[in-house]
Design a protein around this ligand. Structure first.
Ligand code: P6P
Length: 341
């Protein structure tokens, strides 16, 4: 059967989060657990739709464009609506920010809770038609003050203030990777149970990898520190092996491989994309949070990503994340450039 070999110890997301809180004696209201349940329910629905998308011709354009000016594919629209409705209905959220919505969504009083969720409901969606892994990325903040109407100020905070972050990657199986600030844990959806089961407890990123993951199609636009770094791993000093190049073009898939195998993933700022391409709030922050929780580093090249103070909900930032030593090597080329001027 394709079900996981049934063990006597099935750790679901709910049981895992509760056991983490029990272990640390955290006074729990169950609110975060319920919020995560709303997110996992959404992921299960998206997983089943992605799986069937190619069957029930969800493929193709929805005929609308999103705030990014990108053509929306039907699955984008569907996933976004499912996520918003599920989070609102949980009664645990006050402010939602979606990659697909220009403005932040302020939840009405009777459904308002104490958490804010920033998310990209279906990142990498340009790959849907090609059957490449895509994913949902999310980050969770606590609202600033309880009993006040939520506002965008509740989410314009450094990523270091997130209380949880994660992604669900849709591919040969659905993998949920989650941190509530106590390490990174991976769950695999067992379609038979309809539950995400703990399969990768305590993911730790290797201190150094052998893979670099950049879109080298942008090389002509790269600034010198990036060009110099890439040359250092492609033409290493004699006796050292060059790194392998792996680039999927779907952030969730590239980050997932980096967390498990190590190495460095980069989407730099360059002469064409002045602040890079990836969005700070719901792409860079959650992935940086996970990377640090797994023992890696996440930098803009010169600054820790989680320390950035956002000013707009859709702003972009340069991203270099992965194995500690590989990111430190990259940062040395920025320091060298700064010392020149
Ligand atoms: P490029 C997908 O569209 C995405 O937002 C990320 O998932 C991915 O890392 C990046 O863009 C790929 O961008 O310019 O290399 O195609």
């Amino acid at each position: 059967a394709d079900d996981l070999a049934m063990t006597s110890d099935i750790v679901t997301v709910t049981r895992h989060v509760l056991s983490e809180q029990f272990r640390l004696g955290v006074a729990t209201t169950g609110d975060l657990t319920l919020l995560l349940t709303a997110i996992t329910t959404t992921s299960k629905f998206i997983a089943s739709n992605v799986r069937r998308a190619r069957l029930i011709n969800l493929i193709g354009m929805a005929g609308e464009t999103n705030v990014q000016g990108e053509e929306q594919k039907k699955l984008d629209v569907l996933s976004n609506n499912i996520m918003i409705n599920s989070l609102r209905a949980s009664g645990k959220t006050a402010v939602l920010v979606s990659e697909e919505n220009e403005e932040a969504i302020i939840i009405e009083d009777r459904y308002r809770g104490k958490y804010c969720v920033v998310f990209d409901p279906l990142d990498g969606s340009s790959n849907i038609d090609a059957g490449v892994n895509i994913g949902t990325i999310f980050g969770i903040y606590h609202i600033n003050e309880t009993n006040t109407k939520g506002s965008v100020q509740d989410v314009l905070k450094p990523g270091s203030q997130m209380v949880a972050a994660g992604y669900c990657m849709y591919g040969s199986s659905a993998n949920l990777v989650l941190s509530t600030g106590k390490g990174v844990h991976g769950f695999t959806l067992d379609p038979g149970l309809g539950e995400f089961i703990l399969t990768h407890p305590d993911i730790r990123i290797p201190p150094r990898g052998k893979i670099y993951s950049f879109n080298e199609g942008n090389s002509v636009y790269f600034h010198p520190p990036v060009t110099n770094y890439l040359n250092s791993v492609k033409f290493p000093p004699s006796g050292k092996a060059p790194y392998s190049a792996r680039y999927i073009g779907s952030m969730v898939a590239d980050v997932h491989r980096t967390l498990l195998y190590g190495g460095i993933f980069g989407y730099p700022d360059d002469k064409k994309s002045k602040s890079g391409k990836l969005r700070l709030l719901y792409e860079a922050f959650p992935m940086a949070y996970l990377t640090e929780q797994a023992g890696g580093l996440a930098s803009t090249g010169t600054k820790r990503i989680l320390d950035i103070q956002p000013t707009q909900i859709h702003e972009r930032c340069p991203v270099f994340l992965g194995s500690k030593e590989d990111v430190q090597d990259l940062m040395k080329f920025y320091e060298a450039e700064a010392n020149k001027s």
